[in-house]
Design a protein around this ligand. Structure first.
Ligand SMILES: *[C@@H]1O[C@H](CO)[C@@H](O)[C@H](O)[C@H]1NC(C)=O
Ligand SMILES: *[C@@H]1O[C@H](CO)[C@@H](O)[C@H](O)[C@H]1NC(C)=O
Ligand SMILES: *[C@@H]1O[C@H](CO)[C@@H](O)[C@H](O)[C@H]1NC(C)=O
Ligand SMILES: [Ca+2]
Length: 339
């Protein structure tokens, strides 16, 4: 392409010179007769040359155009191949997730038929793990007539730190509001594959045995931290699902300690230790003190939107009182669990 352009430029200059020479020739008025013939001969030859050059120029222009067309065609071809490649990747991805789904459904069915025949242990992700279910995902825990517990859909984390975790809370998508009333926090809301609260009644029941709580969080830079409590339990509804925990370990800071020994509050039931209405101020249901050192059921703010608001998904021990996390998961497993 560059060569062609230079050739055209060179031709252009030649043309100008030729045209200049041609324009000057008629000015020679007093030419002798003998020279007149020579002059006209010269003009004719110049005219021919100009015509020749014009046609060459034209041809070069056409060539350049075809070159450009060729390049455009090549780019289009590449683009098409790219799109085909993308389509193939998408197809592979959807096939993969389909297979994954099928595996999970098989797991579910297996879990149901197996656990329904045994009544020795409480149904949770740790007992599923003990029965060799080792893939993280959605499981249906069957109802237990003896313990009078209903069927419950849970999400099991079978990988983190040995697995066997029943996830009780997740914030990741940010579309489900957590600014809900007592009844909803009692029975749970959301979907276990997305953002959800498992339900205070279920958490109370599952923590009747010695239980470990693990909280994992991720900030908007993609860094992760965790806080673990070697002992975690809730009281029953009569005692407003009072929080009891101890034995902190981790690298996120002990920001649930301030909420130890406090009652669960929602926007319609203020059980906090403050003249303020913390649930309304922090826009969630939580074990509010006066009011927070963490607010994991607060408002989901996208990166940078929250500052300096205090109703976001905060964990003071890591990012202070006005930074809202990108992702949070709360999960529990029996203290006696051994991977
Ligand atoms: C144009 O010029 C080229 C090179 O000078 C020559 O080969 C060709 O025959 C010429 N064509 C015409 C139409 O004069
Ligand atoms: C806390 O951890 C210590 C040491 O590991 C242990 O002795 C104690 O029983 C734990 N307390 C609770 C309430 O889990
Ligand atoms: C929480 O309160 C209980 C009961 O008062 C206490 O035993 C436990 O050590 C406290 N936990 C923390 C982390 O302070
Ligand atoms: Ca109050």
């Amino acid at each position: 392409m560059a060569k062609v352009s230079m050739a055209i430029a060179a031709l252009g200059v030649t043309l100008l010179l030729v045209a200049g020479a041609w324009a000057q020739t008629p000015k020679k008025k007093n030419l002798p007769k003998s020279q007149k013939g020579a002059c006209c001969e010269e003009v004719r030859s110049l005219k021919v040359q100009v015509a020749n050059l014009s046609s060459i120029l034209e041809e070069l222009g056409r060539k350049q155009e075809t070159d450009l067309l060729t390049v455009v065609r090549q780019v289009m071809e590449l683009d098409k191949q790219n799109r085909q490649q993308e389509a193939r990747v998408t197809e592979a991805e959807s096939k993969y997730s389909e297979i994954n789904n099928r595996v999970e459904i098989l797991q579910l069915q297996g879990a149901q038929s197996i656990t329904q025949t045994s009544s020795d242990v409480m149904y949770d992700c740790a007992s599923l793990y003990a029965k060799n279910y080792r893939i993280s995902g959605e499981y249906k825990l069957p109802k237990d007539d003896f313990l009078r517990t209903p069927e419950l859909t849970v999400f099991c984390d079978m990988e983190t730190n040995g697995g066997g975790w029943t996830v009780i809370q997740r914030r990741r998508v940010g579309l489900t509001t957590f600014d809900r009333d007592w009844k909803q926090y009692k029975k749970g809301f959301g979907t276990v594959r997305g953002d959800f609260w498992l339900g205070n009644e279920h958490i109370y029941r599952l923590t009747q045995q010695a239980t470990v709580l693990r909280i994992e969080m991720e900030d908007w830079a993609g860094d992760t931290r965790y806080a673990e409590y070697g002992s975690f339990s809730l009281s029953n509804e009569l005692n407003s699902y009072k929080l009891l925990l101890s034995n902190y370990s981790g690298n996120a800071g002990d920001s649930l300690r301030y909420h130890n020994n406090t009652y669960f509050s929602t926007k319609d039931k203020d059980h906090d230790k403050c003249v303020d209405d913390c649930a309304a101020l922090r826009k969630g249901g939580y074990w509010y003190n006066c009011c927070t050192d963490s607010n994991l059921n607060g408002v989901y703010y996208r990166r940078g939107e929250h500052s300096p608001r205090t109703d976001g998904i905060n964990w003071y021990g890591w990012h202070g009182s006005s930074y809202s996390m990108k992702r949070v998961e709360m999960k529990i497993r029996p203290h006696s669990f051994r991977p």
